[in-house]
Design a protein around this ligand. Structure first.
Ligand code: IPM
Ligand code: MN
Length: 373
């Protein structure tokens, strides 16, 4: 299998976590005799500094010419005073738009090894396995008009959706639910917003194509609460863009750390893979960043762009094994937890990457031995 991958590591901890993810991808390629070609490009604050724009044309051209794009993170404190259209984040939003992926898959899983990391009790989170399908190309993020008039003191954003935009993301949600526990929770604010009424009516329309899948509706405020109270009741959750942004961060509480969450965006010309966490400029370069979100993002790339399901599973199992052995980056270390302190081994970003790499190697060797028997 041949794959051209554009790497846009971006700002803050982006480069250090992406490096570990790329190492894993290279190892998987080598083991299976696949040819993965990597092309590194600039995005975000580093691109603004080098080229005066958060998405240089060389980056966009490379991304559009590749089979998949792997992104680290964008954003940094020193650029926070810029207007939205010139900030590092604008580069990411433009890249998302140009690549065309509208369905952003954000799994949120309760790892049993991390059950003590969540402020939620283990009996609440145990077994939770949620897949957010966040609409990524419309809604408040992209709706026009938008403005901030400093003279009048009035600012405006528009929550906008077309029926087509809801149909296509809802179909992705139902298709994925079919391969899982066959339940879709559609999130809206249909008691207040017309956009949400369109959203709900359209999701109901799509549901009639999937009689084997159960559909439920939740208002976004109630959904935020139910996610914390009864996370196991969710399977696939489909929210509009901003609701999905907020709920997927909230769901990090179920996993125990935002640093664990991967994402992959499908449905467009080129799939875009990015961990959910941000650039965390305060810990950049300190070795404290958790690379598991980026590594699990690489697993999603293997699954959705390379079609290498077994390899994706091997990476996910490797992460699980490393966690079960007690290895922790600081964000997931719980030195205070009773009975845990002694079993935990706090490691750096790079060390965590190496541990996952050897766990992947071990899983693959075991498979080969089994096949040889
Ligand atoms: C995310 C991030 C982005 C978003 C930012 C960096 C533009 O928070 O991927 O969740 O809001 O979509
Ligand atoms: Mn976010």
């Amino acid at each position: 299998m041949q794959l051209k991958i554009t790497i846009v590591a971006g700002d803050g901890i982006g480069p250090e976590v992406t490096r570990e993810a790329v190492t894993i991808l290279k190892a998987v390629a080598e083991m299976g005799g696949h040819s993965f070609e990597f092309n590194e490009q600039l995005i975000g604050g580093v691109a603004i500094k080098a080229h005066g724009t958060p998405l240089p044309s060389a980056t966009l051209d490379a991304a559009l010419a590749s089979d998949a794009v792997l992104l680290g993170a964008v954003g940094g404190n020193e650029l926070n005073s810029l207007p939205p259209s010139q900030r590092p984040e604008a580069g990411l939003l433009q890249l998302r738009q140009e690549l065309g992926g509208f369905a952003n898959l954000r799994p949120s899983i309760a790892y049993s090894a991390l059950s003590n990391n969540s402020p939620l009790r283990a009996e609440v989170t145990e077994g939770a396995d949620i897949l957010f399908v966040r609409e990524l190309l419309s809604g408040l993020y992209f709706g026009q008009p938008r403005s901030w008039n400093k003279d009048t003191g009035v600012a405006l954003n528009t929550m906008y959706y077309t029926r087509e935009e809801v149909l296509r993301v809802a179909r992705v949600a139902f298709d994925l639910a079919r391969k899982r526990r066959k339940k879709v929770t559609s999130v809206d604010k249909a008691n207040v917003l017309e956009v949400s009424q369109l959203w709900r009516a359209t999701v109901i329309e799509v549901a009639s194509e999937y009689p084997d899948v159960t559909l439920e509706h939740q208002y976004v405020d109630a959904c935020a609460m139910h996610l914390m109270n009864t996370p196991r009741n969710f399977d696939v959750v489909v929210p509009e863009n901003l609701f999905g942004d907020i709920l997927s961060d909230a769901a990090a509480v179920i996993t125990g750390s935002l640093g664990m969450l991967p994402s992959g965006t499908i449905g467009g010309k080129v799939n875009l893979y990015e961990p959910v966490h941000g650039s965390a400029p305060d810990i950049a370069g300190t070795g404290k960043a958790n690379p598991l979100g980026a590594i699990l993002t690489a697993a999603m790339l293997l699954r959705h762009s390379a079609g290498l399901e077994q390899e994706a599973l091997a990476v996910e199992n490797a992460v699980n094994n490393v966690l079960s052995q007690g290895h922790r980056t600081v964000d997931i270390a719980r030195s205070g937890a009773a009975g845990q302190a002694s079993k935990q081994n706090v490691v750096t970003t790079q060390e965590m990457g190496k541990l996952v790499l050897s766990a992947v190697n071990e899983i693959s060797n075991r498979k080969h031995t089994l096949h040889a028997v």
